[in-house]
Design a protein around this ligand. Structure first.
Ligand SMILES: NC(=O)C1=CN([C@@H]2O[C@H](COP(=O)(O)OP(=O)(O)OC[C@H]3O[C@@H](n4cnc5c(N)ncnc54)[C@H](OP(=O)(O)O)[C@@H]3O)[C@@H](O)[C@H]2O)C=CC1
Ligand SMILES: O=C(O)[C@@H]1CCC=N1
Length: 273
């Protein structure tokens, strides 16, 4: 009997794949069929509830899936590539979302050159993701547009023309949600220290971060101008900002991002053999 074919296969059905899968299901509905391989029954059940066909192990069905999204941890990727390689067809489009594994390693493990590296982030789960994408020259423009369209189901997509820029995307938007959560945690802790309840502080912090981002997006003003608009002469904001400046917040952020990008490059050496 002929195996059923699928538009997109996820190999690894964890956090990032689920965030992406939900975006696809919400935007494309039944137009895009999903096949998911994850060796955890609980994850397979979760995907099945979303309407995907699932498998606990790699199978021949993969050869009937046009696009494969590689979404296992970088440490597991080589082993996974070797196990899925027999099911590649010459037109299979590979989209790897793994941090720090470059197209050279992927190409060598899979003996295949239609490879896109994408760096999404977890807000894809709520349709507000940000993804950077790099395609090898072998990938046709039509396939890159297809991948961009797929990833756009989950939010913003930016194409980069050099692979090292995926490390920069990883340092900014891939890891970025964690920086935002850290800042929200700090705002809540600061609010509680000043007498607010945890719940009051949380609501105010979340609304402030979301509102600030929305203002940048909607008004077309620069973040610097918007910051100036909040900062009344002789007022509270300037006093707070002077403390951030004194502690070199911009340098701290730049150093943290450089450390993330360096780790991505380091992982390529460590895991890419
Ligand atoms: N989380 C994030 O914010 C982002 C992650 N990424 C990238 O996405 C990738 C996945 O990350 P994330 O979703 O967080 O990781 P998860 O651990 O949540 O998901 C990976 C899933 O794949 C399963 N798995 C591992 N090996 C196999 C195998 N051989 N066969 C079937 N299933 C397997 C894992 O099971 P088990 O746990 O049992 O091993 C797990 O369920 C990583 O490469 C990461 O760099 C990219 C951008 C952002
Ligand atoms: O921390 C990580 O390595 C992955 C990549 C970007 C976000 N999470």
């Amino acid at each position: 009997m002929m195996s059923k074919s699928f538009d997109v296969a996820f190999i690894g059905g964890g956090n990032m794949a689920q965030a992406m899968g939900r975006g696809i299901v919400t935007t494309k509905g039944e137009q895009t069929s999903l096949y998911v391989i994850d060796h955890n029954q609980s994850k397979a059940d979760l995907w099945a509830a979303m309407g995907a066909t699932t498998s606990l192990e790699v199978s021949e069905t993969l050869s009937h899936c046009k696009t494969w999204v590689l979404a296992v941890k970088p440490q597991n990727l080589k082993e996974v590539c070797l196990s899925i390689k027999p099911f590649l067809t010459k037109n299979t489009l590979i989209i790897s979302v793994a941090a720090g594994i470059n197209v050279t390693s992927l190409g060598r493990w899979l003996e295949h050159d239609l490879i896109i590296r994408a760096m999404p982030n977890t807000p894809c789960l709520v349709g507000m993701g940000a993804t950077g994408l790099f395609a090898t020259p072998a990938v046709s423009e039509e396939s890159v547009l297809y991948a961009e369209n797929l990833l756009r189901c989950m939010g913003l997509v930016i194409r980069v023309n050099e692979e090292f820029l995926i490390d920069a995307v990883c340092a900014l938007s891939g890891s970025g949600p964690a920086y935002v959560y850290l800042f929200i945690e700090a705002l809540i802790a600061g609010g509680v220290k000043l007498g607010l309840t945890e719940e009051q502080a949380k609501q105010l912090a979340v609304a402030t971060v979301a509102g600030g981002a929305k203002m940048v997006e909607s008004t077309g003003e620069s973040p610097a101008q918007l910051r100036a608009n909040v900062s009344s002469k002789g007022g509270t904001t300037l006093r707070a900002l002077s403390v951030f400046q004194e502690h070199h917040l911009e340098d701290i952020v730049a150093q943290a991002m450089a450390a993330a990008a360096a780790r991505s490059a380091e992982m390529a050496k460590e895991l890419g053999t």
